[in-house]
Write a protein that binds this ligand. Sequence first.
Ligand code: TRP
Length: 353
Amino acid sequence: MNNIILTGDRPTGRLHVGHYVGSLRRRVELQNSGKFDKIFIMIADAQALTDNADNPEKVRSNILEVALDYLSVGLDPAKSTLFIQSLVPELTELSFYYMNLVTVSRLQRNPTVKAEIQMRNFETSIPVGFFTYPISQAADITAFKATVVPVGEDQMPMLEQCQEIVRKFNATYGETLVEPKILLPDNKACLRLPGIDGKAKMSKSLGNCIYLSDTEEEVNTKVMSMYTDPDHIKVSDPGKIEGNTVFTYLDCFSRPEQFAEYAPDYSCLDEMKDHYKRGGLGDVKVKKFLLKVLNDELSPIRARRKEWETRLPEVCEILKEGSRIAHETAAETLCEVRKAMKIDYFSADNGLV
Ligand code: TRP
């Protein structure tokens, strides 16, 4: 069996460092590992419209932003197919067939959808498209016969629901679809990177994000305002590590060799944490170290973005060609699906007459 990756993001804003440690960084490693036969990276515009139906301009204006974020983190169009969801109409068709295999009550139990409905205050006026997006996500994954889906932890319920649909489809219509595996970050701290205010999740509406495209000055201001331990008032006070955003970020980003270079008083993060816990290590010093660490990671990304920003017609061409390939690939799966479902009425080998 082939090793195939499919994953993607909703184009509702620029991508931030939460996306980066949750999934983007991993995608680039997997891409460069040479272990995958095909890699599909999707800009999920149709999914973004499920809760932005009245704001198509927002979705449209973020297509290129997300594409630039992809290219600047190191996704390489020669190795990964970057495409736009709505340009693959087979995904919509497949969703329609999958809808017959999923109950309303099963959708209502999906914890991510439940949380999102609450967050958006939909109450009883939930758009049907939004409510059913886990089904469309199963279509996204299975249309490409993806074996591996690298995503953040919040996508776990989507993957479980996708696996159920695959099993149900194969049991009903015969072995056709491939059951995918989810791939979460190994580093626990990266599962859910908090915003700079220490709130559970980075989100544009909370204004607590560090974007991949932020300038060095912007990152500087954000890190300096970052939530730490509110009881750590004087430098000599003992400090708390748990829930201290600066240390959570260091857990996600710092590399052993950066201590020798930028914080030679410590040989590793644990030593720095111990000093903070004992007292005597000030927030500003830790934040300055974090800035160096973040800058090591973000400056090559910024440089590549700057370069790609001068080549937007080429970026469009990459998306157009990627979408053509994705469309072709999904069409092959749809032929198999229609045959399994016995709706291939005029096919050469299984037609009505
Ligand atoms: N739901 C994902 C997000 O919000 C985007 C997405 C759509 C996706 N279809 C997918 C991710 C299929 C993985 C696989 O970012």
